[in-house]
Design a protein. Structure first.
Length: 234
């Protein structure tokens, strides 16, 4: 049964990718460059605590619906270091992508797979159009340092996310539910990886500059843990 579920996940990812890339639309051909950074009180990835207060810069290039980018995270003691590279394609709310996660830390080899511990992941997502922009995303690790069972077979760890944004009292809010459908690196069974509620407020310093700050409540039943995270977005 587990093999059938995993095979179905990959089939859906492949079918949706073909459907998306096979369609035509007028896309923005102009190359755009974006940079930014978050400062967070703690770094939690998919319900799992990674590090304390961290700085998380990002850089990407976009054109023709494609986005090529890099994202990083480092805590202030430099005991944790992460570098993620990704390629995404967006078409009318559909998203397909591939990511390379590396989070072994300072002092380890980034280039050698055996010590660098890269993890490669495919993703598929869709945001409903109109007044109710619910977003659904599926992420599956297909190669690299994924967890393995007793026989040494890869779990193909899968993470499913549903998020919904809304506005209350001039605050940009979002609620989310994340699950893993079977035994994976996130849990040893079907489990709730995260239940979240987030609110963002823009601090207006001038007509040209504002600083978004946010607070997020994150419950992780799979890890038997909970977090309240504060962050600033530059």
């Amino acid at each position: 049964m587990k093999f059938i579920i995993k095979s179905t996940t990959f089939a859906l990812l492949l079918a949706a990718s073909v459907a998306v890339f096979g369609q035509e639309e007028k896309v923005n051909k102009e190359l755009t460059v974006n940079i930014g950074a978050d400062l967070v009180s703690s770094y939690v990835w998919r319900g799992m605590y990674q590090a304390g207060a961290s700085f998380q810069p990002t850089f990407n290039l976009s054109a023709y619906g494609f986005t090529l980018g890099a994202w990083g995270s480092s805590d202030f003691s430099v005991s944790f270091k992460e570098i993620d590279l990704y390629l995404l394609y967006d078409y009318k709310g559909f998203r397909v992508g591939i990511s390379d996660y590396w989070y072994t830390g300072e002092g380890e080899s980034y280039y050698k797979h055996a010590t660098g511990e890269h993890n490669f992941e495919a993703s598929l997502g869709y945001t409903l159009p109109g007044k109710y922009p619910l977003s659904l995303d599926v992420y599956t690790l297909f190669f690299g340092n994924d967890d393995k069972d007793e026989e040494g077979k890869q779990f193909y760890s899968t993470y499913i996310s549903a998020t919904y944004p809304f506005t209350v009292s001039k605050l940009d809010c979002e609620v989310g539910l994340r699950v893993t459908p079977y035994k994976s690196m996130y849990s040893d069974k079907f489990d709730i990886v995260g239940i979240s509620a987030k609110a963002t407020k823009k601090l207006q310093f001038s007509t040209d500059y504002s600083l978004p700050v946010f607070v997020e409540l994150l419950l992780s039943p799979a890890q038997d843990n909970a977090f309240v995270i504060f962050g600033m977005q530059f």
